[in-house]
Design a protein around this ligand. Structure first.
Ligand code: ATP
Length: 491
């Protein structure tokens, strides 16, 4: 609108000057040069027309389109009542809710929740990111903050609505602790302006504005942002549980053709720790693999292969030489056998095909999302970590660098044992324990578990050899086949 008004005034002025008999050629040239300069700055991102976008496509997006995250959805819906029933809230003398902070790992659905929240509360929805407010020129960020709040009010009025939601992704960039940036004057000014705008929101306004911020790093935020009256509510959006994973898989497989025998529950079990974005990627990769195979429908093996691809990357070209393949097969068979012996049904698949940085790997399946572990369970995990190198040593007489990560993982678990008071040191204050003492306990526990693993492998050498042979021949073996081999021997 402003541009049209200015253009009109300039054109009128030119016509008037021509009418008075002035030569306006230098003025026109100057204007053209100024326009070129402005467009160049704009192209380089130094001048931005808008630092946010109004998202219109929220109409059909509901909380039902988001898998799992039941607690986050419930908390968010409850908080949205403040916006929907603002009059009742004011009558009851309740302070309006101005901000909700969604925190959690990347790809867990924070943006989706904000979008669904806008539709649920029938609000105008403006989307932006913390980085949009960061400029090297002083005052620009603050100006953009003012603009987005002003636009939210204008756009709501235009759409005949009395609510607006401003969603700020990566709010930690805008709201980091003041004084923490090198060019802190500009950053601080932007954050101060943001705080002023939030303080200015009140229930008596014609348009009610709710700010939803999202971040993976709430620890970086300035405490002023988190104080009551600003981001009052923090909603945790974590990686999905088993049921959540199943729901998300169902949502994303819905628009694809799948074979009748596909068991998504199995896939959900095997994707422990995956975010919603990872799961979406699994269904997408499975569809691509089916296309590659010229298969009209996605089969279970496409989904399983897609999990490996999302977890470790694309298969590498070419096969490892036989010496390396032999060592990798022994290593992975060691992990898998010990895993099944100490925790039956824990192995889903073992592969010796190189993917990404891995020469081979054991994919474990998790029945349920476990939050508590006993000392015995942690020690069993250590055994599984140590089993690869132990198997190499038993067969080939030496170990390799392939076990580096396994040892690091084992040490991490031992440290958990120490920190939670489950080691021989008892309940301790970790800061008051010397590194030597910790090292002694690490060595002690690792050695104890190594001895158990060596004995188990020796006692089950035939089983191990059988698994190694299948792996060398077929490059992979499923958990079911390993269990069959173990059960046959036991019978
Ligand atoms: P970031 O912190 O990186 O910004 P985010 O938490 O905002 O990530 P989204 O952008 O909401 O994550 O999700 C990314 C994509 O992952 C979505 O477009 C969707 O395909 C998928 N996704 C994530 N979580 C879910 C979920 N709970 N249900 C369905 N799909 C999901």
């Amino acid at each position: 609108m402003k541009v049209e008004v200015i253009s009109g005034i300039v054109l009128g002025l030119f016509v008037f000057l021509v009418y008075l008999g002035y030569d306006i050629t230098p003025l026109v040239v100057l204007l053209i040069l100024a326009a070129i300069f402005y467009f160049m700055l704009q192209k380089k991102g130094l001048v931005k027309t808008e630092s946010f976008q109004e998202v219109q496509s929220i109409r059909d997006f509901n909380f039902e389109n988001i898998g799992g995250q039941e607690v986050a959805k419930q908390e968010l819906k409850e908080a949205l009542k403040f916006l929907i029933k603002s009059e009742e809230i004011t009558l009851r003398g309740i302070r309006p809710l101005k901000g909700i902070l969604l925190t959690g790992p990347p790809g867990t659905g924070k943006t989706l929740l904000a979008k669904a929240a806008a539709n649920y509360s029938d609000a105008v929805y403006l989307f932006t990111s913390g980085s949009e407010f960061i400029e090297m020129y002083a005052g620009v960020g603050a100006q953009r903050v003012r603009k987005i709040f002003q636009s939210a009010r204008e756009k709501a009025k235009k759409s005949n609505k009395n609510r607006a939601i401003i969603f700020i992704d990566e709010i930690d960039i805008l709201g980091a602790q003041r004084g923490s940036h090198s060019s802190h004057m500009e950053y601080d000014q932007t954050l101060n302006q943001f705080l002023v705008e939030m303080d200015g929101l009140n229930a008596h306004e014609e348009i009610n504005i709710l700010v939803i911020g999202a971040t993976n790093r709430p620890d970086l935020l300035d405490s002023a942002l988190l104080r009551p009256g600003r981001f009052d509510r923090q909603v945790r959006v974590d990686v999905p549980t088993l049921e959540g994973r199943l729901e998300i898989l169902k949502l994303h497989i819905n628009n694809k053709k799948i074979a009748s025998g596909v068991n998504l529950e199995d896939i959900a079990k095997e994707t422990y720790g995956f975010s919603g974005a990872h799961l979406e990627n699994v269904t997408n990769e499975a569809a691509i693999l089916a296309l590659r195979d010229n298969c009209p429908e996605i089969n279970q093996y496409h989904l399983k292969e897609a999990i490996d691809k999302v977890m470790l990357g694309e298969k590498l070209n070419g096969k490892a030489n036989s010496k390396v393949l032999n060592r990798v097969a022994i290593h992975e068979a060691g992990h898998a056998l010990i895993s099944e012996l100490v925790k039956p049904n824990s192995v889903s698949q073992v592969t010796v095909t190189s993917r990404g940085n891995a020469l081979g790997y054991v994919r474990q399946s998790q029945e349920e999302d476990q939050k508590l572990y006993t000392e015995a369970e942690l020690r069993n995990q250590i055994k599984v970590c140590l089993a690869g190198a132990a198997a190499e040593n038993m067969y080939l007489g030496d170990k390799s660098t392939g076990a580096g990560n396994d040892f690091q993982q084992a040490i991490k678990i031992v440290k958990t044992i120490i920190n939670t008071g489950l080691s021989s040191l008892g309940v301790i204050s970790v800061e008051d324990i010397s590194p030597e003492q910790i090292n002694t306990v690490i060595k002690e526990i690792i050695r104890e578990e190594e001895i158990v693993v060596e004995n188990l492998l020796r006692e089950n050498l035939n089983l191990l050899t059988e698994i190694v042979n299948i792996l060398k021949k077929e490059e992979k073996i499923s958990g079911d086949v390993i269990r069959k081999i173990i059960n046959q021997r036991a019978a």
